[in-house]
Design a protein around this ligand. Structure first.
Ligand code: AMP
Ligand code: GLY
Length: 465
């Protein structure tokens, strides 16, 4: 079948690579893609939210499935756009309906959904500028730190955690009355602060049944020891050694089943990925069994839902899946997922993100990337890369006409490349990625050297005592 994949990050390169390896994929188009996806299919130069361009492309290239990488097109209703158009409605869109995408598009919707279905999450209340005084009173009733969340999409910046009451009040005033995050902060959720350790769980559902994909842990902060500004993600590890069988059983019973059942009961069409950001509350005991073992000491709470796969989690999750991904997604479209079983590579995968100096604040683009051809032991996924257009110095273009096929690959974003390796454990996989990174260079490149380090203690064998 001919597939159109929407998006342009490392996540989409990981999808594109899996699709290109499938016997069921005839032609693959990626819009807009990057210099990496161009090696797996044909990049098309339009945005993932340009629905009219997407429609034209589907007709022209006889597209038989659309896979949506990022959340924007989903929250804007691409699923419903296809269903309501006579010439497109036969094409399955992998991703939820506009109503389903509200799990990510509105924190208030997600919290109310969890409350309706008894899904464990932090206690919360939602406020608008009319109820600012109530928001102050609610903050006064809580213990620090205070968690404030803009209701809508805010490019990953909408969560503010503040340790002082005064600062929290100032922040919520800015969000509600000065539209700090535009219309995204017209409503603000205030919630209880959860302590514990975070992980990301991924579900693929056809709306009736679901399968678990491998879980992962990502590293959100720019600095080592998870310090400094929030980023899109600086690395990821899969599997997560503290997510033993008993913990994952609780995740399934308390969170995954009620989520999928809740969507169905509320008649919300959902055929796609659900990314559940979880807090394993009260830190697990490192001396109890880790992977595959029993650890009764912690309970999962939902921090957030996303209506798509994570980035860079996808870059460790998809390489571990042995199934033909196109076949799996076809089953989602046809609502036959219950017959599918996920085959997982037991090895550990670690990915390390290489970013432009200055990211997540201002950074330069157009830096030539060298050494990629020397990497043999790892998978290199492109995120912010493009081809240098020689006639117009350092102008970046994701589309690749023949004449620039041999031009330099240059940086075109904050997150540039992510390097994924396998190993028998985290240390082995991480050192393989760092070894590969040492062969790649671009001016002012930066990466964290501690990806996976915090998880090493959970990998230790049991030493009961
Ligand atoms: P988000 O932008 O929704 O991914 O949230 C950013 C980060 O804020 C999460 O990954 C958590 O580390 C943190 N966070 C969000 N909600 C809570 C909470 N209720 N308690 C503690 N940390 C939280
Ligand atoms: N890595 C976190 C995200 O994709 O939202």
């Amino acid at each position: 079948m001919n597939i159109l994949l929407l998006g342009s990050g490392g996540r989409e390169h990981a999808f594109a690579l899996k699709f290109s390896q499938s016997k069921n994929c005839s032609k693959l188009y990626i819009a807009p893609g990057n210099a990496g996806t161009a090696n797996c299919g044909t990049n098309l130069n339009f945005s993932a939210t340009d629905f009219e361009a997407i429609k034209k492309c589907c007709i022209e290239h006889k597209i038989e499935m659309v896979v949506v990488g990022p959340e924007d097109p989903l929250v804007k209703g691409i699923y419903d756009f296809f269903l309501s158009d006579e010439s497109l409605k036969h094409i399955p869109v992998i991703g939820p309906s506009k109503a389903g995408a509200q799990l990510e598009g509105s924190k208030d919707f997600a919290k109310a959904f969890m409350q309706r279905h008894n899904i464990p999450t932090a206690a919360y209340q939602t406020f608008t500028k009319e109820t600012l005084a109530d928001a102050y009173r609610f903050l006064e009733s809580l213990k620090p730190p205070y968690v404030l969340k803009a209701d809508g999409l805010a490019a990953g910046k909408g969560v503010v955690i503040s340790s002082s009451l005064e600062e929290a009040k100032k922040e919520i005033t800015e969000m509600l009355t000065h539209e700090k995050f535009g219309s995204a902060s017209a409503k603000v959720v205030i919630e209880e602060f959860l302590t514990g350790i975070e992980l990301s769980v991924f579900i693929l559902t056809d709306g009736k049944s679901y399968v678990f994909l491998p879980e992962a842990k990502d590293y959100k902060r720019i600095g080592e020891g998870d310090k400094g500004l929030n980023t899109g993600g600086m690395g990821a590890v899969s599997p997560v050694p503290f997510a033993g069988k008993e913990f994952m059983r609780k995740v399934e019973e308390k969170i995954v089943k009620p989520t999928v059942d809740g969507l169905r009961k509320e008649n919300i069409p959902y055929k796609g990925f659900i990314f559940i950001g979880l807090m394993a509350a009260s830190p697990p005991n490192p001396l109890s069994e880790g992977r595959g073992g029993v650890n009764p000491y912690h309970d999962p709470f939902v921090i957030e839902y996303n209506c798509r796969m994570g980035d860079p989690e996808t870059e460790v999750v998809l390489p571990r899946i042995k199934n033909d991904l196109v076949e799996l997604l076809q089953a989602v479209g046809e609502e036959t997922l219950s017959g599918q079983k996920i085959e997982v590579d037991e090895r550990t995968a670690v990915t390390v993100m290489m970013v432009s100096g200055g990211y997540p604040e201002a950074y330069e683009k157009g830096k030539v990337i060298s050494g990629l051809e020397h990497v043999k032991e790892s998978l290199v996924f492109h995120a912010g890369t493009g081809r240098e257009v020689k006639s117009q110095k350092l102008k970046v273009k994701s589309e690749q006409p023949e004449d620039i096929h041999n031009s330099n690959i240059v940086t075109s974003g904050g997150r540039v490349l992510t390097v994924t390796s396998f190993g028998k454990n985290i240390s082995e996989a991480a050192s393989s990625s760092y070894q590969s990174i040492s062969k790649i260079s671009f001016e002012k490149m930066y990466y964290r050297k501690d990806i996976g380090k915090d998880l090493l203690e959970y990998e230790k064998p049991v030493t009961a005592g």
